[in-house]
Ligand binder design. Structure first.
Ligand SMILES: [Zn+2]
Length: 430
């Protein structure tokens, strides 16, 4: 294995160091490196973060390889500074058995761009009717710890209770896509003044908040661990803040797009802004940013949701929900949270690497940079900036909502288990 030295890079505490990498680990972290390395990389002007960890990625394989594959999705992840992703279960077939979760993890290993953890479905075929083989998935080679019907809500209270009880056996967590199905039949966008003006059927905040309120109470009642996917409303932040103040074991995520984009964009009827949960109001965006800043919302997760052009480039009502986001996540977080003074780099490392790894119960990911730690590293230059171009995304699908928006920052070098996946913004062949 080749050895590398990254020179003159800033740690999250502002200290300027050289980082040495050999045999998969960080060998030096000092003002001036003393050992010899085969390759020397420039880190000046950059901040060094632990490799990012995404708790919520749709890799689409098996079943929708026209949208994304494990290989193309993890390559996009590496370009975004990620060294681990959790692949959501709504594939075809659904990841509701040991066989499918093991297949996804194996494909991730073969691709080699970052570590892939599989999320297991809560219910068979995501149908909400009978529990999936949670134990078999937990004890499989994939060692699943995160379970989610994401895309669909586990709306049946008794099913949710049983799932929360079941995952305690192996320290698992149920990640809920909070959406009351009855309140969101045919919903097209956030319910509010914009939906009223456009005459589109609304997706009310209460459809999310009602499920979160129920689920934190259920988690408290059975003393289990709950995670809330893609929180999108101010009321949800309030409920989670209340639950945490009561000691309830709940964690939550927000997506980059919900931190930046509002429902006013739907006035364009451009389906690139169609997503579930929908883009919300500016008041919601402000509350989400405050919630992420004060730790009520624990992490940023991308909900990277690739769709081929034919599923997005059609009229609003018929378009698929979802946006890609792995390659732009860190830049959006810089724009919305760092450049606004709400988070420092140490807190970004916490929200995008350390805590997501902890929630997913990983080993070897989300570890603060230190001598002897695994060399999973993202070297990021916050001084750069760039207007987003859809065709420049290396994800197989190009459905980014950030087209035409100038975003700060650029990922310069990425190391995964001691090997570079990107050097000087160029992907390194596996
Ligand atoms: Zn979802």
């Amino acid at each position: 294995m080749s050895t590398y030295l990254i020179k003159d890079v800033e740690l999250v505490n502002g200290e300027k160091v050289d980082i040495g990498i050999a045999d998969g680990v960080i060998t030096e972290l000092s003002k001036k490196a003393t050992k010899n390395y085969e390759n020397v990389l420039d880190g000046s002007g950059c901040v060094a973060l632990p490799g990012l960890v995404d708790l919520h990625t749709h890799l689409r394989e098996p079943g929708r390889e026209d949208a994304e594959t494990v290989l193309t999705g993890t390559r996009a992840a590496a370009r975004g500074g990620y060294t681990a992703v959790f692949a959501m279960a709504n594939t075809d077939p659904v990841a509701d058995t040991a066989g499918v979760v093991e297949q996804v993890v194996r494909l991730g290993k073969e691709a080699g761009w970052c570590e892939v953890f599989a999320v297991g479905a809560v219910t068979k075929d995501l149908a909400g009717e009978s529990m999936a083989e949670l134990g078999a998935m937990a004890h499989s080679a994939a060692q699943v710890r995160v379970f989610s019907d994401d895309g669909k809500c586990v709306s049946d209270s008794q099913m949710m209770r049983r799932a929360l009880e079941y995952v305690r056996q192996f320290d698992g967590v149920v990640a809920q896509h909070a959406q009351d199905p009855k309140l969101t039949v045919n919903a097209q966008m956030n319910e509010g003044s914009v939906s009223a003006r456009l005459g589109l059927r609304g997706w009310p905040a209460v459809a999310e908040e009602g499920i979160i309120a129920r689920d934190v109470l259920l988690a408290s009642h059975v003393k289990s661990r709950l995670h809330i996917c893609h929180v999108s409303t101010a009321g949800s932040v309030d409920i989670i803040r209340w639950a945490k103040s009561r000691g309830i074991d709940v964690t939550a995520e927000v997506t980059p797009h919900h931190l930046l984009l509002s429902d006013e964009l739907v006035e364009s009827y451009d389906p690139k802004f169609k997503v579930n949960p929908p883009l919300r109001s500016n008041e919601d965006i402000a509350a989400l940013r405050m919630g992420l800043a004060d730790g009520t919302i624990d992490i940023v997760a991308t909900d990277h949701a690739p769709h081929p052009a034919e599923d997005k480039e059609c009229e609003w009502a018929g378009a698929a929900n979802g946006m890609i986001g792995l390659e732009t996540a860190l830049s959006v977080v810089q724009k919305t949270m760092v450049d606004t003074g709400l988070l420092n780099w140490s807190q970004v490392a916490d929200r995008m690497s350390i805590t997501p790894a902890k929630i997913g119960r990983t080993k070897g990911q989300g570890i603060a940079l230190a001598v002897g730690a695994p060399a999973n590293i993202c070297i990021y230059d916050p001084s750069k900036s760039k207007v987003v171009v859809a065709e420049e995304q290396i994800s197989k699908s190009k459905n980014t909502p950030f087209v035409g928006i100038e975003l700060p920052g650029e990922v310069r070098h990425v190391f995964f288990q001691g090997k570079p996946t990107m050097i000087s913004t160029e992907m390194v062949a596996r």
